[in-house]
Design a protein around this ligand. Structure first.
Ligand SMILES: [Ca+2]
Ligand SMILES: [Ca+2]
Length: 99
């Protein structure tokens, strides 16, 4: 009986250790992730491939008039983060396309 309870305690300690390890791992991953967010990105680079091209413009244009949850909503085209992309925001991102 005593041996069984020792095994149970050991299993509980192991579970706690695993949970702690996962917690530390995700914490470390999160800090490296925030470093990536700090990486300078051009606002009009909607797809995050490092440059602003036709694809970014198409993506931004598709998301115009769309809100969070809508099919083509792009949060990177939503400059003021009000969960909706407006025509004005697309124009701000790609001013040279609206001249
Ligand atoms: Ca791009
Ligand atoms: Ca907006």
């Amino acid at each position: 009986m005593k041996k069984t309870s020792k095994i149970i305690v050991l299993i509980i300690v192991l579970i706690i250790a695993v949970i702690l390890a996962i917690g530390i791992y995700s914490y470390l991953n999160r800090s490296s992730g925030s470093e990536m967010i700090g990486f300078p990105r051009v606002p009009c680079d909607i797809d995050w491939n490092g440059n602003c091209d036709e694809r970014d413009f198409i993506m931004a244009n598709q998301s115009s008039g769309k809100c969070l949850g809508d099919r083509y909503y792009e949060r990177f085209a939503d400059i003021n983060r009000d969960d909706c992309v407006t025509e004005e925001e697309v124009q701000k991102l790609f001013p040279e396309r609206f001249k």
